[in-house]
Design a protein around this ligand. Structure first.
Ligand code: NAD
Length: 417
């Protein structure tokens, strides 16, 4: 799947919402156009003497409601278009979840799996140096995304504080940092837990017992593993888990604690007892009641949407469903919790980290989790009520609420001069 499929999906979802809202042409064009796109070439020198020449990208899609917020994706094939599509999604996500941020995203074109921890630190520091003038508490605040993690965010924080000659940064330059460096408890698990809270809200809405459902999760990284852990803690049955290297399928239920212990040592699902080769199983055809795509974008599409057996799809990943795939899911009556709602828990807790760091405040886990749970429930109800009133899908409802808030922000600010 072309990486620009993510941009195509973001634009298609946006245009449908803008049209349905009947926005004036100038507003519709303004919100459909990114504020700023930059490509920065970096040349990190690795400890073994090799010099890499890497393409990196930043898109600030919108800063109407606040500084651009969004993660840094590190994959070998990330493109500016993919980053722009993801930045656009972040604009709607922050607007929908009700936090004073806009939408942004960054990309570093390299395979993190091919880098040692020391090499990766040098790449991250080189990126921070190159991108320094585009990063700041009032400009763009990065966070982890595919291929980056808490440790990388700690290096960004250190790089900024070191270059300004201070012990800490003046304000929040990056979220998802280690707790010792101003990170917030619960951020690592926030996206996955938020996915689960939105599934619980969906079950309540649909009158389903969440513990009667069988769950399948694609992706066992930050989002997928945290969602699996929370589901397991609640006593739910997870029947399939996938990562890039292997699939684990067990109709009787997977032992998530053992699986996580294996991944901590082995780095992936590969070689877990009973794990199979991805080529031998059609993951999207697995018998389950709730499917959680928590890996790459564009995974549910024209050619596999009709095979999905789940009644509920909870989009942990960003843009996991193409518009053609979405159309099929809608026709089949599958209940989709759209990405901008379902996976917004991470950016919500990032917002708590941002405010905490700005105020030099400390927050405990019970407060973070209670605020996350409340926000996910409130926003689920807002979207499902809108969807019922307008007889539309959850995705269309979420998009219309989000887009209309950004439109209101533009008119409230005023467009001129
Ligand atoms: P990660 O890099 O920690 O993990 C990604 C996982 O997906 C890995 O297990 C990888 O092996 C697996 N994977 C990738 N491609 C796959 C494929 N084709 N088939 C099966 N498995 C595959 O990334 P993450 O942070 O967990 O992010 C996952 C998704 O969630 C991304 O779409 C990301 O944009 C989105 N997201 C992440 C956050 C966050 O807080 N990290 C927040 C919101 C949305």
């Amino acid at each position: 799947m072309a990486s620009s499929q993510i941009l195509e999906t973001a634009v298609a979802n946006y245009e449908r919402a803008a049209k349905s809202l009947g926005l004036p042409d100038y507003l519709s064009k303004k919100m459909g156009t990114p504020s700023e796109k930059v490509e920065i070439s970096i040349t990190p020198k690795l400890p073994d003497g090799r010099v890499l020449v890497l393409r990196t990208f930043i898109t600030r899609h919108s800063d109407i409601l606040g500084p651009a917020k969004g993660g840094i994706r590190m994959t070998p094939c990330v493109t500016q278009d993919e980053i722009t599509g993801l930045a656009m999604e972040m604009t709607w996500k922050t607007s929908l979840i009700g936090i004073p941020f806009g939408g942004g995203k960054a990309g570093i074109q390299i395979d993190p799996g091919a880098l040692s921890p020391d090499d990766k630190e040098i790449v991250i520091r080189s990126f921070t140096r190159g991108a320094r003038r585009y990063i700041g508490p009032e400009i763009y605040v990065p966070a982890p995304d595919m291929g980056t993690n808490e440790r990388d965010m700690g290096h960004i924080w250190d790089c900024v504080s070191y270059s300004s000659g201070t012990a800490i940064t003046n304000g929040c330059y990056v979220t998802g940092k280690p707790i010792l460096l101003g990170g917030i408890v619960g951020r690592r698990e926030a996206t996955g837990k938020g996915v689960v809270y939105s599934i619980l809200a969906a079950c309540q809405h649909l009158g389903i017992d969440p513990l009667s459902m069988r769950y399948a999760i694609q992706g066992f990284g930050n989002v997928g593993a945290a969602a699996a852990a929370e589901l397991a803690r609640l006593g739910a049955r997870i029947v399939a888990v996938a990562d890039l290297d292997a699939y684990v399928v067990n109709a009787h239920g997977i032992d998530v604690t053992a699986l996580m212990a294996h991944v901590r040592c082995a780095g992936s699902l590969k070689d877990y007892p009973g794990a199979c080769d991805p080529a031998s199983v059609d993951f999207f055809a697995i018998d389950c009641d709730c499917l959680i795509p928590a890996a790459a974008g564009s995974q549910i599409h024209l050619r596999n949407a009709d095979k999905i057996k789940a009644r509920i799809i909870a989009e942990g990943a960003n843009a996991p469903t193409t518009p053609e795939g979405d159309e099929i899911l809608n026709q089949r009556g599958i209940f989709v919790i759209p990405d901008i709602l379902c996976n917004a828990g991470g950016v919500f807790v990032s917002y708590l980290e941002y405010t905490m760091e700005t105020q030099r405040e400390q927050t405990g886990l019970p407060e973070v989790e209670a605020r996350l749970r409340d926000r996910m429930q409130i926003k689920f109800r807002e979207v499902s009520t809108y969807a019922q009133e307008k007889a539309t899908t959850m995705r269309q409802a979420a998009m219309e609420i989000a887009v209309s808030r950004v439109a209101e922000g533009i008119t409230s600010r005023g467009l001129w001069p």
